[in-house]
Design a protein around this ligand. Sequence first.
Ligand code: GRF
Length: 221
Amino acid sequence: MNEGRRPAGGRIVVLVSGSGSNLRALAVACRRGEVPGTVVATVADRACAGVAWAEGAGIAAAVLEPGAFASRDAWSEALRDLVASHRPDLVVSAGFMRILSPAFVDAFPGILINLHPSLLPAFPGAHAVRDALAAGVKVTGTTVHLVDHLVDHGAIVAQRAVEVLDDDDESSLHERIKAVEHRLLPEVCAAFLEGRVRIEGRRVRVEGDRSRGCGSRTGRP
Ligand code: GRF
C-alpha cells in the first residue's frame, strides 16, 4: 500500500463499523493522488470488514469495543486519544455506528466529518435509506457534514442527489447511494486538505466545487 504512493500530504483517520467501502474508495483515491493525503489509520468499534481491509492494506487499524471499557466516557476518551495520536488533519466517520461524544467532537474542531446516506436534514438516524423508502420520496441522496454535538446535525459540506426507483429496496437504493458516496467523499476530503473549505456558521462553502455541492442541478439558467 505504501509503495509508489505520492508523498503524503494530509493525515486522514477513518472511523468505520461495517463493510468499509467508503474507506476503500478514499484510500484508493489517496493512493492515486486524487486526494492530497493518506489514510494513516482506521479505527472501528467492532471487528468488521472495513478494519480487516485496512489491516491487509497496511493501514494502521484498531478495534475499540465499548464493552471493553468501564464506561461510555472511558471508551470515548480512549477513542479520542487513539485518533489524536495519529495527528490527523481530517477525521472521517464513514459508516461508524456510534454516536460520538462531545469530548471526542471537541477534540477535532472543523476537521471531523460524517457521511450520511440521505439528504439531511431529511432522514437522520441509523435507518436513513429505509426511512426514505418508507416515506415514499422520489429523490434521496447523501450528505457530508461537519460533526457537532447533535446526531446528523452539523453544518452541511456537500450533498448529492440519488433518484429512488420504483422497484428499489433498501439494499439496491443503498448500493446506488454508496456508489455516489465513493466519488463524493474523496472530493470533499481533497477540498479540506487543500484548504478550500470555508466554514461560516452553518453555511459551508467549498471553493472550486465544480458540482456546487448538490449535483449538477443548480437551477441556474
Ligand atoms: C454509508 O452509506 C454511509 O453514508 C453510512 O454508512 C454507510 C457506510 O458504508 N453512514 P461503507 O461501510 O463505507 O460501505
